[in-house]
Design a protein around this ligand. Structure first.
Ligand SMILES: [Zn+2]
Length: 457
């Protein structure tokens, strides 16, 4: 048997013996509510996490931010080895509506091979997997073959509002070769995955004000301005009927996908029928390559909501006095939400209309993408494969938005996400859960990643 295989067996045997302890550790964390949105139990949870990390042999401290603190930990190697920064969050979503839970959200309950409770999947089960993996490796070997650092924040469910300035102020402490996040569900049942980025976000609201009150559409038709029409006309100057955005320089900074990324995308699994069903469409006529290009590598311009005038039953003949539209744009690497907002502002200022139009900024997050060809990225992908005995699906970026730009943009290091939770974890929803198998596999995957990056497996 190859030496690396012997090490892998040793780790599996050790983890097998610790199963009970690993389950109990997660239960302890779940029993401590930590709802950042409701200011409930978050500081107590940070303290509990510190104790658990110290018990695991991790040098741990609480670091303040403008909001809830960061729990920081490290296990450093005396020699100058490479460093992995594990990121996760210890806050959870509110549990409401409580009546839809089959068991108490803060009393972990097992049935059908799953652990139910708020935070089991998102993100306590995935975060503590890293801590327990390090504990098991320290028990087994007395040291780690690389440096590990932990950055666990308490405000992810509130949009990570203080994370970027915190990282900006602690660049030296957080210096690492790669950021590793376990969050979200896997790609499918028993299908491990690795994602190398996220789309960003720009959220705006446009308001058009016509007359100071609604008017009779007969008595004042063609005379009073119509803010709904003015907003529609404005939107038509911002995006064409193919969805192409017409804002100045909108596409200028988009990172061209490499030939390698495009080749890779062509190999990704895609079932148009199943995907159409998930979305609730009758059918989907789109080739796999196009699907992933649109979803991962291209920006969007989406009307999230439009409101004006009378939309109730029957007829009401009015010229509405105001209209508003909410627009979200998912941004591809390396688009900059602030720059795009400035260009939209200019665009709106140059648009002539009878209504007065105002633009509000409702939020922005930068996109991030890590190149697939990097040696360290390939090593983590290989580690996930070894742990699962199955090739992971590798996505160049998720369609959704996450705070990973803090690693790629501020710390200037590669960042990847390896979801440990089952595809039906029901995060943010009632009956959130993590499969016992998936949870224990997660601990194993972190062990294998550390050993593989340290060239022990
Ligand atoms: Zn969440």
């Amino acid at each position: 048997m190859k030496e690396s295989m012997i090490e892998f067996m040793k780790v599996r045997e050790k983890l097998d013996k610790e199963k009970e302890f690993h389950m109990e550790s997660l239960f302890k964390l779940i029993r401590q509510p930590s709802i950042s949105a409701q200011n409930r139990g978050v500081l107590e949870c940070a303290d509990l996490l510190v104790t658990m990390m110290k018990d695991a042999g991790i040098d741990t401290k609480i670091l303040d931010t403008e909001g809830y603190p960061v729990v920081y930990g490290e296990v450093l190697h005396p020699d100058n080895k490479l460093t992995v920064l594990f990121y996760g969050h210890y806050d959870v979503q509110p549990p409401e509506p409580l009546e839809l839970w089959k068991s108490d959200p803060f009393e972990p309950t097992i049935h059908d091979g799953k652990i139910y409770g708020r935070g089991t999947g998102d993100n306590k089960g995935q975060l503590i997997a890293h801590v327990l993996a390090v504990k098991s490796l320290l028990d087994l070997y007395g040291k780690l073959p690389i440096n590990v650092k932990f950055l666990f924040e308490g405000e992810e469910e509130k949009g990570s509002i203080n994370l970027a300035p915190f990282i900006e102020n602690h660049k030296e402490l957080l210096a690492a070769d790669i950021a590793y996040t376990a969050d979200g569900p896997m790609e499918g049942k028993d299908q491990p995955s690795v994602t190398l980025g996220n789309r960003g976000l720009l959220y705006i609201e446009l308001k058009a004000q016509g007359a100071i009150k609604d008017n009779h559409s007969g008595n004042k038709g063609n005379i009073a301005p119509n803010p709904a029409m003015d907003l529609i006309n404005l939107i038509r100057t911002m995006v064409d009927d193919k969805g192409r955005v017409l804002i100045k320089d909108f596409y200028n900074d988009i990172l061209t996908p490499t030939e390698e990324e495009l080749n890779h995308i062509r190999t990704l699994p895609f079932d148009p029928e199943a995907t159409a069903q998930v979305i609730g469409m009758h059918k989907m006529d789109i080739p796999a390559e196009e699907y992933y290009k649109k979803l991962c590598l291209s920006p969007t311009f989406n009307i999230a909501g439009f409101g004006s005038g009378y939309t109730g039953e029957g007829t009401k003949t009015i010229i509405p006095s105001e209209a508003k539209v909410k627009i979200d744009m998912r941004l591809a690497a390396d688009q900059d939400p602030d720059l795009i907002f400035q260009n939209i502002l200019e665009h709106v200022e140059h648009f002539n209309s009878a209504s007065t139009i105002t633009l509000d900024y409702l939020g922005g997050v930068k996109p991030s993408r890590t190149p697939m060809h990097l040696d360290i990225v390939q090593k983590v992908i290989r580690a996930v494969e070894i742990s699962h005995n199955k090739l992971p699906v590798v996505l160049p970026a998720l369609g959704g938005t996450g705070p990973m730009y803090v690693f790629t943009d501020i710390l200037k290091i590669p960042s990847l996400t390896v979801p440990y939770a089952n595809v039906d974890e029901d995060n943010h929803a009632p009956n959130e859960n993590i499969g016992i198998k998936e949870y224990l596999n997660g601990i194993q995957t972190t062990c294998v990643a550390i050993l593989h990056l340290g060239e022990q497996i």
